[in-house]
Design a binder for this molecule. Structure first.
Ligand code: PMV
Length: 340
């Protein structure tokens, strides 16, 4: 499927490929791996792609380059970041012997701070590489490649509400993402309160490995997440906002409880995160349907209906330590924008 032989080098587009992809936030979280090598998830997950969190990536293969070049947010990427990107390109190309790339990627939101920049980043990269290499991939196959860059990236290829499936073998044939409902299916909102733009100390892969190795609750998390996934599909199908919100919030707290039970504990929150949790619970008691979800970082994401967005944002704004608020609607899937 993906092997490029020497005589096919000329088939590679050496022109620019520009791609955009949007971050997604999980309503049912992925936390745990069945296989590290193929990056196979230990649980299925469901996410919402967000219109206002966007990565733009420009890629060009260049036979004259000696090494891969990767610029992230207008700065040279770290060795570790280049290694990850090169590895995914090797896999897609089918060999480590290939033309080198020049990639420039930028996010309109803080990178590596628990806002799913790896999801939109690897989704954009996968689509750009497949386009440049003229790989004729199905959406499922594309998502299998994106998954190998970052588990959540498989979901960012699609817009709206997306499920990442979890297979049972170690080949990964059943581990791919599918769209459940497109971005116009349900007009809900997410307000994201940014409480720190620092990169997280423990990345998701290290966190997941540590959790699986040390938490006494890991197996219960895996078992209970199957039921959460089915319930979430039902809540979405019924457009039952309360059921969806309560379940998303419960699943997120369960993931953080699990992470805290790792040894050493993984505590992704700061003081503002905790204050925000209390405030959102307070406004809910006064009748606002607002539900919290959080990822591997201190940002608080609040799900609400359009009519409650202003009140939710006012609540977030008046909390100490909140640096910025981003509001979002369900967003589109990854697209190839311009080819020069
Ligand atoms: O895709 P990764 O390796 O960045 O892991 C994502 C982990 C969470 O954001 C915490 C949960 C999720 O499903 O997105």
């Amino acid at each position: 499927m993906n092997v490029q032989t020497e005589d096919k080098l000329s088939d590679i587009r050496t022109s620019l490929t520009k791609v955009s992809a949007h971050a997604n936030i999980a309503l049912i979280k992925y936390w745990g791996k069945r296989s590290i090598d193929l990056n196979l998830p230990a649980t299925g997950s469901i996410s919402l792609t967000l219109d206002s969190l966007k990565t733009e990536t420009v890629l060009r293969f260049d036979q004259s380059l000696q090494t891969d070049q990767f610029t992230l947010d207008e700065k040279p990427a770290s060795k570790e970041q280049i290694k990850k990107v090169s590895h995914l390109v090797d896999i897609m190309y089918g060999s480590t012997v290939r033309p080198k790339f020049d990639i420039k990627s930028s996010n309109n939101f803080p990178t590596g701070a628990g806002l799913a920049s790896s999801a939109s980043g690897f989704a954009a990269l996968t689509l750009a590489v497949s386009h440049a290499l003229e790989l004729d991939l199905s959406a499922e196959d594309l998502s299998r490649f994106a998954r190998q860059g970052s588990g959540s990236a498989a979901r960012s290829l699609f817009g709206g509400f997306v499920e990442m499936k979890c297979g049972s073998d170690l080949q990964g044939d059943q581990d791919f993402a599918v769209q459940l409902f497109d971005k116009d299916y349900w007009d809900i909102r997410m307000a994201v309160a940014i409480t720190s733009v620092r990169e997280k100390k423990v990345g998701s892969t290290e966190g997941m490995i540590r959790t699986a190795q040390t938490s006494p609750f890991y197996n219960s998390w895996i078992d209970s997440s199957k039921d959460d996934l089915n319930q979430m599909k039902q809540a979405l199908a019924e457009k039952d906002f309360e059921k969806m919100g309560e379940l998303a919030e419960h699943n997120s707290f369960k993931m953080h409880g699990l992470a805290i039970s790792a040894n050493p504990p993984l505590l992704y929150w700061n003081a503002s995160t905790v204050e925000l949790i209390h405030k959102i619970r307070d406004i809910r008691r006064s009748g606002v349907q607002a539900y919290i979800t959080m990822d591997a970082g201190p940002q608080v994401k609040v799900l609400c209906l359009p009519g409650d967005l202003n009140e939710v944002c006012d609540t977030l704004k008046t909390t100490s330590g909140v640096q910025r608020i981003i509001t979002a609607r369900p967003g589109p899937g990854a697209t190839v924008e311009v080819i020069e």
